[in-house]
Every structure is written in structure tokens, then in C-alpha cells.
Design a protein around this ligand. Structure first.
Ligand code: MG
Length: 377
């Protein structure tokens, strides 16, 4: 099997991006965008090494993004073309047979595209993934349409662009300082043939914040979690439900404030992200949680969800008891949860039911609660 290096170009400043830092390090589903790009190559069996051309100011960002991955870096240059040449020169000492040159800001590159480019290099010096143009193309003069451009011979070029190492290094050295839009153009200019292979519409390049937001939502999946809890009545003159004190002839027994509704809701959120249950995060054996307000618990579960880049789509709670009457407090309960989590109240629902006098809730021995949480993560 030929050796194949991946050279990832990630030295740009991303002037069109408009985020707080370089786009290749912007968070995508809770991790730097570049990390997802690197993973695509790191997990591909035909890639033997990864070298990333980075901006000299970005060493810390890169080290964090590439943590645990076998990826080296080289300082890039002022232009993309210069960065690629620096990368190729760095690889030249122990030259691979093939090199795939890829934009750091294309995190959705698929294994099939990488394989197709590598396969095409068996009989060609260069290979380029392309996708068809579906929109009609117009040549314009100011705001005025000049003419329609035939698109049957036009395609959009993507990366990774693949090359046999020696000819692309020669071409880059030869035309250093000239201005080419991509590496395939440089190889063509040097008189070599570049074969096209099928690209992938999903392999988008992130240029603007809107691109990133679109990708973030395309990558989201909806997940569901459910929770159930029971606490029994004991001495007292109020119960706490959804963080709201409700006057009653009894209190609820429990290690914390025994907010059965928030406990069920906490478990629902934890369940949706596969993060265990409330007892694991807040052991009843821990004195720290004696009498603790349960807003801490649900806030913790919610913070775990947020840390994964997820959001709460909705939370639906059912409180099961004969007494106290929940109805008069329902709006306050919804507002209470909305304010604990700092989300819109329209995403929260609190319902109540009795069990028609049946079972332990019917005998007024305690309160049960069920909750369902839908999350997008
Ligand atoms: Mg409980």
C-alpha cells in the first residue's frame, strides 16, 4: 500500500467568518471544527500521517483541537498556496508516495471521498472531487443579467485534492509566488492531467457563521429521556414541587428538599444524553445534599446537556397525587423551571393527575412524578 499523507490547510484568518476567532477552531457540536476534520483522516485506514499548516498565533488552539490525535503541525504562510508549499516542504524529508491536500474548514469530508481520491491516483498524478452545479448560472453586468452560462461542462471543485507527491511538490516549487485558486490548478499548469472523482454535497466548506449554524443544525439529532420519582409524605406543612412551595398538611420526606417533580425532570434530561441518573451525580449518602434545593440537580443535568452543544427542545412533567391541588400553582411551576434553566417557558409543561383514589398516591401516602425531556444534541 502506498504511503499517503494528509496535509490540512488551517492557517487562514477567516476574514469573512465574523466569529470571535479563526473559524477552523470555532465550536461545532461542542468541539473545535478542525478536530472533526482531523478525525476524518485519522480514522481512515489509507492515511499514514497527518500534517496541519497552522497560523503561528494558533499553536495553543491547535494543540487543544488535536489532543490525542497523531497530527503534527507546520507554520503556514501568508497565502493558502504558501501554506501548502511549506507543508509539502516539511513532508519532503520523509516523502510519502501520495498527499491529499484538504481545507481545514471542511469538517464533513467522508471516508468514501477520501478513498475515491486515493484510488484515482493509481493511474493519475492528480485527482479532484467535484460536484455538479444544479443552479442556472448567469453572467451579470451590475444588476443586469447579461447571458445565461451553459453549465454542462462546469462543476464545483472540493477537497481533498490528491496528488502523487513528487509532481505536486515540483509544481508548487516552480510556481511559488504566482496566484492559483487551488492545488489542482497548479498541477494542471505544470502540464499534468487531473482526474475528477465524485465529490459529496455534504462536504461543505465553512466560510461564514451562517455556514457553521447550518452545519450545527444538520448534525443535530433529537433524543428523548424519561424520568420517574416518588417521595412519601411525612411531617410538615408544605411540599416543594418544581421549585415552588405549596402549602399542605404534610411535607415530603427525602434527603434533599424532596422535590419529586424536579427529580423526575432531572432524570429525564440525564436519560436523554445518556449521562446516568440523579443518584449517581448526587448520592443520597453524601451529607452535602441534605435539604439541598433541587434546582441544583436539574441545573447540573441541563449544564451537561449544554456542554455537549445540546439544547432542551421541551420538558413535560406529570405530577401524580390526590392532594395538594397542583392546578393553582401550575403557572408558577412552569415559570420556576424556565427561570432555573433560563429558557423560554413555552418549552416547559407541568400537568397533574390523580389515580382516582387507587394505589399509594390514591391513599395519599406520597407524590409521584413522571417527566419526558426532548433534547436536540
Ligand atoms: Mg427523589
Amino acid at each position: 500500500m502506498p504511503t499517503c499523507a494528509a496535509l490540512i490547510v488551517a492557517a487562514g484568518r477567516g476574514q469573512r467568518f465574523g466569529g470571535s476567532g479563526p473559524k477552523q477552531y470555532a465550536p461545532l457540536k461542542g468541539e473545535p471544527l478542525l478536530r472533526r476534520t482531523l478525525r476524518a483522516f485519522a480514522e481512515h485506514s489509507e492515511i499514514s500521517s497527518i500534517l496541519v499548516a497552522i497560523h503561528p498565533d494558533d499553536e495553543d488552539l491547535f494543540t487543544e483541537a488535536a489532543q490525542g490525535m497523531n497530527a503534527a503541525f507546520v507554520h503556514g504562510g501568508a497565502t493558502r498556496q504558501e501554506s501548502v508549499l511549506k507543508g509539502l516542504e516539511a513532508l519532503a524529508g520523509d516523502a510519502p508516495d501520495l498527499v491529499l491536500i484538504h481545507d481545514g474548514a471542511r469538517p464533513m469530508v467522508g471516508a468514501a471521498t477520501i478513498s475515491a481520491v486515493i484510488s484515482a491516483l493509481v493511474n493519475n498524478d492528480g485527482a479532484l472531487p467535484v460536484v455538479p452545479i444544479v443552479d442556472t448560472l448567469k453572467k451579470i453586468d451590475g444588476d443586469i443579467v447579461g447571458k445565461t452560462v451553459p453549465r454542462d461542462q462546469l462543476v464545483r471543485a472540493q477537497t481533498p485534492q490528491g496528488f502523487r507527491f513528487a509532481p505536486i511538490l515540483d509544481a508548487h516549487r516552480k510556481f511559488a509566488g504566482e496566484s492559483f485558486t487551488d492545488d489542482a490548478a497548479i498541477l494542471e499548469h505544470a502540464g499534468h492531467q487531473v482526474l475528477t472523482v465524485a465529490g459529496d454535497d455534504a462536504n461543505v466548506k465553512v466560510t461564514t457563521m451562517e455556514d457553521l449554524a447550518r452545519l450545527e443544525s444538520a448534525l443535530s439529532e433529537t433524543r428523548i429521556g424519561q424520568g420517574f420519582d416518588v417521595h412519601k409524605f411525612g411531617p410538615g406543612d408544605f411540599v416543594t414541587l418544581c421549585g415552588v412551595k405549596v402549602p399542605h398538611d404534610f411535607g415530603l420526606e427525602g434527603h434533599s428538599d424532596a422535590d419529586v417533580a424536579l427529580h423526575a425532570a432531572t432524570d429525564a434530561i440525564l436519560g436523554a444524553i445518556g449521562a446516568g441518573d440523579i443518584g449517581q451525580h448526587f448520592p443520597p449518602s453524601d451529607e452535602k445534599w441534605r435539604g439541598a434545593p433541587s434546582d441544583k440537580f436539574i441545573k447540573h443535568a441541563y449544564d451537561l446537556l449544554r456542554a455537549q452543544g445540546g439544547r432542551l427542545v421541551n420538558l413535560d412533567i406529570t405530577i401524580i397525587c390526590e392532594r395538594p391541588k397542583v392546578g393553582p400553582h401550575r403557572d408558577a411551576m412552569v415559570q420556576s423551571i424556565a427561570s432555573i434553566l433560563d429558557i423560554d417557558a413555552s418549552r416547559i409543561s407541568v400537568k397533574a393527575t390523580t389515580t382516582e383514589g387507587l394505589g399509594f398516591t390514591g391513599r395519599r401516602e406520597g407524590i409521584a412524578a413522571q417527566a419526558v425531556a426532548m433534547v436536540s444534541a
